[in-house]
Design a binder for this molecule. Structure first.
Ligand code: CA
Length: 427
């Protein structure tokens, strides 16, 4: 009888489990489907799919990952990440913490004493503690910054591949695919004080979890990026400002172009996604073309995304806004954000007018937005209720997206993204 009771539930479990998950199918030579967003433009995005067998690597620790990345070389290569890789490790694989990186007499308490605005004033920090901070930060950067070269595919194996502590950087490279991977906690041990940011000054951190800079033809799919383990909201306040540890989850800057970000989760973070990092970066004009579809932004404070210059197609995304939210869509200089059929969930006290914020933006196209299950016109609401410091936006963004997969209703996308976005969920 006891044996029988054991067998029945297991058989039931097997019958209920979903077949053909990523662990069953080799995704490492997949290429971006035709028409799937801006990264499909022209030559499309094939990553490392043409790699010969000598350039297919399965890596289990930082040292192996660094060897496979090959200093950001252009050789077609496939890198499969198995299990959890911690970027904060030495060459023997031993974990390094912030104290291990600190050098030249750096200490946070001495740093705070040296640059307290009440005694130091508003000048940029300089002198022994700032120099020690920079030297310490360089030690950490040498470990955690990982450059991804052209013609590279990075995939997680199975449903539990994690890269933690790293800043993956696609810098002046072309044709890159990153899929099925959890990227966690790009934690900066040594934030710098910037006295002239935002009126009261602010802490600036060094690492985006994933940074595309001068990157073209990039497909990001089924990743999960978050601050898991180290939420900034739990960090202390110094100089009356939150001591931030994280920069962007996915920043796309400096002439990056032709990017598709699909079926990914961006969670538990302040500034999630910056597309274009400066109003004076006019070299970005005509670039920063990005498609964002079927992504989930959960418990993100701001920048989901904030856009300058780019033609950004934002369709079928799901927003789960929580307390502490500042805004979701940032409409900045010469941005051309085309938003269709996105679903937004908020606590009752957060209003639809809180979702869009404009700095120097002029236009936002939006249709089919669902707000807590009800249709809303974010543009009309922005124009009616913005704080007055923001100008009215028009609906004419000057372009209509043509490269995209099937566009679902917001209602359907809401359900499917909740179930299917993020690492470990490739069907
Ligand atoms: Ca950044």
């Amino acid at each position: 009888m006891r044996k029988h009771q054991l067998i029945v539930p297991l058989a039931l479990l097997a019958a209920l489990s979903v077949p053909a998950h990523a662990e069953d199918r080799d995704i490492s030579r997949d290429t971006l489907p035709a028409d799937d967003g801006w990264a499909a433009y022209g030559t499309g995005t094939t990553g490392g799919s043409a790699a010969d067998d000598a350039h297919v690597f399965t890596v289990t620790d930082r040292a192996e990952l660094v060897r496979a990345l090959d200093g950001g070389s252009d050789a077609p290569k496939i890198i499969r990440i198995a299990g959890t890789i911690d970027a904060n490790t030495d060459d023997n694989g031993d974990h390094l913490d912030c104290a291990d990186y600190a050098t030249d007499g750096y200490s946070l308490s001495k740093y705070l004493a040296a640059y307290d605005p009440r005694t130091w004033g508003a000048a940029k920090p300089s002198g022994p503690q700032e120099e020690a901070r920079q030297a310490s930060a360089a030690q950490q950067a040498e470990r955690v910054v990982l450059n991804v070269g052209s013609n590279t595919t990075i995939v997680g194996l199975g449903s539990s591949a994690v890269l933690t502590g790293a800043s993956l950087q696609v810098k002046n490279a072309n044709n890159v695919i990153i899929r099925n991977l959890e990227l966690r906690d790009a934690y900066d041990c040594f934030p710098v004080w910037q006295p002239n940011t935002g009126g009261l000054g602010d802490w600036k951190t060094a690492y985006d979890t994933l940074w595309l800079t001068g990157a073209t033809h990039v497909w990001i799919d089924h990743i999960t990026a978050s601050d898991k383990g180290h939420p900034d909201a739990k960090e202390p306040t110094y100089f009356a400002r939150n001591y931030l540890r994280h920069d962007g989850l996915l920043d796309i800057t400096n002439g990056s172009d032709l990017i598709t970000v699909s079926w990914s989760r961006f969670a538990d973070h302040d500034k999630a996604m910056l597309i274009g990092n400066g109003d004076t970066a006019t070299g970005d004009r005509g670039k920063l073309r990005v498609t964002l579809h079927h992504n989930e932004f959960e418990s993100v404070v701001q920048r989901a995304p904030r856009v300058r210059f780019g033609q950004v197609h934002l369709y079928n995304n799901r927003y789960a806004v929580e307390d502490g939210h500042r805004y979701s869509l940032g409409v900045s200089t010469e941005s051309a954000l085309y938003a269709e059929n996105n679903a937004i969930h908020t606590p009752g006290h957060i209003e639809a007018a809180d979702l869009v914020k404009s700095w120097n933006g002029t236009a936002l196209h939006q249709t089919g937005t669902l707000f807590n299950g009800y249709p809303v016109d974010l543009l009309a609401i922005h124009n009616a209720y913005n704080s007055g410091s923001e100008r009215d936006l028009t609906a004419d963004v000057g372009w209509t997206p043509t490269l995209h997969a099937k566009i679902d209703s917001a209602e359907r996308a809401d359900r499917e993204v909740a179930r299917g976005a993020g690492a470990g969920r490739i069907p």
